[in-house]
Design a protein around this ligand. Sequence first.
Ligand SMILES: C[S@@+](CC[C@H](N)C(=O)[O-])C[C@H]1O[C@@H](n2cnc3c(N)ncnc32)[C@H](O)[C@@H]1O
Length: 290
Amino acid sequence: MNHIPVLVAEVIDLLNLRKGGIYVDCTLGAGGHTFAILNACERCFVIGLDVDPDALILAKERLSVYERSGKVKILRRSYTQLSSTLKETGIEEVDGIIADLGISSMNVDTSLRGFSFTKEGPLDMRMDPSSEKTAWEVVNKYPEEKLERVIKEYGEERFARRIAREIVKSRPINTTLELVDVISKAIPFSKRRKRKRHFATKTFQAIRIEVNSELENLKKLLIQAENSLKTGGRLAIISFHSLEDRIVKNHFRSSEKLRVITKKPVVPTEEERKMNPRSRSAKLRVAERI
Ligand SMILES: C[S@@+](CC[C@H](N)C(=O)[O-])C[C@H]1O[C@@H](n2cnc3c(N)ncnc32)[C@H](O)[C@@H]1O
C-alpha cells in the first residue's frame, strides 16, 4: 500500500508557509508532505531527504513535475546530516523544517525489509539498507542484558527479561516469524490475549529503534534543525511513540532558541484515524525559531 501522509492540513497550517520560502522535508518518504507544501505555497522550494532508496523512487514519481521545474531537490541523505547538506547546497537558513518520524507503510508491507511481525522475512529492519547493523545482529549477537535493556527501554515491554532470555536460548533466529514464535513463548498466554495490539509489537519496535539509532538521530536532528532556521521559521515534528514525543517536547521546552507553538501535541481527527489507522498514535509538535 502506498503511504498516506498524516496530519497534512495541520502541518501546512502550522508551518506558516511563506511565499518563496525554503523548506526541508527531513523524512521525504513517498513525498506526501512535500507535495502538500509545494501545492500550498507559491514559489516555494523544498529539499527532501531520505535514507531509503525505495521511498525515494516513489517520491521522485510523485514529485516529478516539481522536480523538473526545480522546485524540489531530492537527496538520499540522513537528516542527521542536515547542517552539512544545507551548507553544501549553498543555503544558510530555511523557513521551515518538517520531520515525519517512524516507518512508512511501504516498509511495513514489504516483507523483505523485515519490519513486519505478520509476514515472513529476514531479520533486517534497516531504514537505510547500506548501514551495517541489522536486526539479525541485535537478536543473535547482543549479550542477554543488553538485549533486555533495549527491549525494556525502547519497547517499554514488561516481559523484557523473559523475552531476552528466550531469544538467547533459541539462537540462531533467522526470520521475523521465528522471532515472533520465540516472543510468544516468553509472554504468558493469558497476558498475550489481553493485549490490544499484537504481542510482538513492542519487541519489534524496540529492535527497530536500536537498529536505526532512532532516538540518538532525533536528538541530533533537533539541534541541527533549530540552528538551521531563520527567525520566525518553524520546526514541525510528527512522532509515533512516547519516547520520541518526550524527546521532542523536552527539547522544545528547554531550548533557548525556540518558542513552543503547540502547547499540547496536535493529534489526528477522528475522521483521519478512521480513514488511516496508522495515524492513530501520531503527535505533531511545532516550535518557532526566536
Ligand atoms: C513516516 S515515513 C515519511 C512519510 C512521508 N512524510 C510521506 O508523506 O510519504 C518516514 C521516512 O523517514 C525515513 N527515515 C528514517 N530515518 C531517516 C534518517 N535518519 N534520515 C532521513 N530519512 C529517514 C524513512 O526511510 C521513511 O521513508
